[in-house]
Design a protein around this ligand. Sequence first.
Ligand SMILES: Cc1cc2nc3c(=O)[nH]c(=O)nc-3n(C[C@H](O)[C@H](O)[C@H](O)COP(=O)(O)O)c2cc1C
Length: 400
Amino acid sequence: VSTRRQFLRAGTVTLAVGGAALAYRAADQGVFAVSRGTAYALWRTWERTGGIEPVVAAGILAANAHDSQPWRFRVEVTAGPPDEPREAVVEIFRDPDRLLGAFDPFQREVHASIGCAVENIVVTAGARGYRATVDLLPGGAGPDLLARVGLARGPAEPTDLAGAVPRRHTNRFPYQPEAVPAALIAGLDDRLADLGGISVRWLTDDGDLQTFREETVLATEAFIADEDLSRDSHAWFRHSWAELQDEASGLTLDGSVASRPFAAAAKLLPETSLSQANSGFLATTRRGVTSSPLAAVIVADESPAADPTGAREAWLRTGRAWQRLHLALTAEDLVAQPLSQLTELADRERVLGVAPRFGEVLDDLAGPGVLPMMCFRVGYPTRDATPTPRRPLVEVVDYA
Ligand SMILES: Cc1cc2nc3c(=O)[nH]c(=O)nc-3n(C[C@H](O)[C@H](O)[C@H](O)COP(=O)(O)O)c2cc1C
């Protein structure tokens, strides 16, 4: 009996020590703290000040590929007091130290990300009493200056888009089977009319949707089989809570794993290996595309200047279109996720000079006379997505 009691006591101690260690690691890894800490502070504080600071902060809250936040902002007040200017200029630069690597060889996604920031700035400016004028690729100040937004005092006009800015999050979970109403889709098309040759090809045909699903899964398999692509993508993956809080950018388990309990469990394990991340990426993609009732390709009118490797302005506009669509969908309680594997693999084929297998699939889905720019899926949520990290204003904004 005494041996058994000793054994039980030892077991209890082991359990208690193990439990404490696990609890420590749980706290250390932020298991119970989804979207908490300084890396998420901007989502809570961005609207607190007056003037143009919230307008610039909204730019930082925009969608952007891999949450790389490949931008810098330069703000110049040109009329009125600094805290409540009558006129100001916001310039948005790409940050050459935050390019994505082999999966974005022509900086298509960097340009689209900056387009997203431009759109969030324009939308928020209107709601906070500024009229915005956008100049894409304005020249001067070097090749990194991608956009200039002029702001001038005007009437404050709150809109459904502006209200959606803090609620918009990329949703990588499965979606409900319920169809997206056709009238709603037509309304989204109308919203893009001013974006100069950017429109959406909705994959409402069952055959097209099925092709998109299957080919996106195949492109994901090709992505993870390509060492350069998967290595450069993995570099943006944040493994520990400390690293995530420190970098305030990149992909996290909360944003990339399909179920909360699994995300919590995965955080307790040692660093996610490349092969674990790859299989998670494939499984999440397969579940995601299979569940989605609708997908689409954003397309750009083909023009002689808009060759697939040099269409920088069209990519900036595509980013504006994506951000606007995602805000409009959010306002309608729909959720969405960009899926870039097909465009990334088509670019990879261009870089390697091989036959355009995925390139042709994309061209077919997009239809004749247009360039496929960006793919996404849409639906009603099975669960809510949470905010992702953002670097604070002081790290990314310079004042003239
Ligand atoms: C050009 C572009 C491409 C993207 N591609 C993907 C993608 O292939 N898969 C994905 O899950 N999210 C993709 N995203 C979404 C970003 O990962 C997401 O915006 C970023 O992590 C910030 O999170 P948030 O949108 O919830 O604020 C893309 C976003 C942009 C702007």
